[in-house]
Design a protein around this ligand. Structure first.
Ligand SMILES: [Zn+2]
Length: 81
């Protein structure tokens, strides 16, 4: 039993040593440059009033919608380009 405990202590020491070596050899993490420039503008769907990012909104003549189904349900059409 004494030898088993001694073996476990040695194995734990080897594990700690290997772990510290791996952490030393690892290159420092490079933070990716943030692509987001700031907070997103949120808009509300005219049909169901769900808030969503402006870039994900579906545009109609009367306003913005969360989906084309809600634009059609609201009786709106695709705005002329
Ligand atoms: Zn909606």
């Amino acid at each position: 039993m004494k030898f088993l405990i001694l073996l476990l202590v040695i194995l734990f020491g080897v594990w700690l040593w290997k772990r510290s070596q791996a952490l030393k050899s690892r290159p420092p993490k490079v933070q990716p440059a943030p692509t987001d420039t700031g907070p997103q503008t949120m808009v509300a769907c005219l049909h169901c009033h769900t808030h969503l990012p402006e870039e994900d909104a579906v545009r109609g003549v009367l306003g913005v919608y969360c989906s084309t189904a809600h634009r059609q349900a609201g009786g709106d059409k695709t705005p002329p380009v």
